[in-house]
Write a protein that binds this ligand. Structure first.
Ligand code: AMP
Ligand code: MN
Ligand code: MN
Length: 323
């Protein structure tokens, strides 16, 4: 039996199902959790979706997102099955992590750095988004798509492919996206909600990032300190997508953005353009991701120290021509 067939059989057999996404959730994660939860409810399952992290408000217009529960709301729920989505390692699920070792766990993910921590692991890096894997699974499960579910599901495929621009954009992604559009998904609504919904304060924060930018050969990097966020009346989510804009620079191969929020908690976002595998650097630093988009996080750290360490390690790899 292949992994999809095994997953289908578990879903059919079991009634109480918890669907979990990752901390610092992105569009793909939120889309995947919301879409699969709506779908399994359609099958009559006693099913809850949860993410142990704040979900940015602008996602709440997508069907199913408002019903994603917090960790606290589910402490009394005893699932027979946990499905972990878009998470490359068990620490990505926040406080749900200890539950994984004593519950039947299915992992559905598209990260090359996945540690295969489930009882069943459907990990396939050829998918542009976990939301696309959810769509593939839903077709086997015979889920009926209305316009709302189709839009929620398409949102993850759009965001994780940079709206069909990144190197993971292929024929199958367009085909799956087209099927969802036929079911009533609204690409223009997704694009305007995610991309054209910025507060003026975010634009000012963006200027701060551009002002801090340092360009050294094919590497560009910048930072936003906790003070920068406070001065601009912003929070961490407000800089989502900024790093990709630095990659737009001519002749740049690698872009890195260091964000400190709150004080002494630093997230590092890596993007590359043509050949450099940023997930290798991120993995060495305790994070993970994809070859063209990866990240890692540091706690109790000084922004300057993290920047020095990460920039120097990246340069070693870049200068060595290591893919
Ligand atoms: P970001 O730069 O935060 O947008 O993340 C880019 C990619 O790297 C996404 O696919 C994330 O899932 C992955 N990623 C980011 N942070 C981490 C982390 N701390 N551990 C593992 N993967 C990460
Ligand atoms: Mn994700
Ligand atoms: Mn993803």
């Amino acid at each position: 039996m292949n992994e999809i067939a095994k997953i289908v059989s578990q879903i059919i057999d079991l009634q109480d199902i918890l669907i979990v996404g990752h901390i610092m959730p992105d569009g793909d994660d939120i889309s995947s959790v919301a879409s699969l939860t709506l779908s399994l409810k359609q099958l009559g399952k006693n099913c809850f979706g949860s993410i142990d992290y704040k979900i940015p408000d602008y996602y709440k217009v997508f069907a199913g997102v408002n019903e994603i529960r917090s960790y606290e709301e589910l402490t009394d729920f005893t699932p027979q099955l946990i499905i972990v989505l878009d998470s490359s390692s068990p620490d990505r699920v926040g406080r749900f992590e200890p539950m994984l070792s004593n519950h039947r766990t299915i992992v559905i993910d598209h990260h090359a750095t996945n540690t295969l921590f489930g009882d069943i692991n459907w990990v396939d890096t050829s998918y542009a988004a976990t939301a696309q894997m959810v769509y593939t699974l839903n077709k086997v499960l015979g889920i009926t798509y209305d316009s709302e579910l189709a839009t929620t599901n398409l949102m993850g495929m759009a965001t994780d492919s940079g709206f069909f621009r990144f190197s993971n954009t292929d024929e199958r992604l367009f085909k799956d996206a087209a099927e969802l559009v036929r079911f009533g998904a609204k690409p223009y609504f997704i694009a305007t909600t995610i991309l054209e919904n910025k507060r003026p304060e975010q634009m000012k924060l963006y200027c701060t990032m551009i002002n801090h930018m340092i360009l050294e050969d094919s590497l560009v990097y910048s930072w936003l300190s906790y003070e920068d966020y406070l001065e601009n009346n912003c929070v961490e989510d407000d800089s989502t997508g900024f790093v990709s804009e630095m990659r737009a620079l001519k002749d740049v191969e690698v872009a890195i953005l260091f964000t400190e929020f709150p004080k002494n908690e630093i997230h590092v976002s890596f993007r590359s353009k043509n050949w450099f595998d940023v997930s290798r650097v991120a993995s060495i630093l305790g994070g993970g991701g994809h070859s063209r988009a990866a990240g890692c996080s540091f706690k109790d750290a000084e922004l300057e120290d993290v920047m020095k360490e990460v920039v120097s390690l990246t340069k070693d790899f870049l200068q060595g021509g290591v893919k």
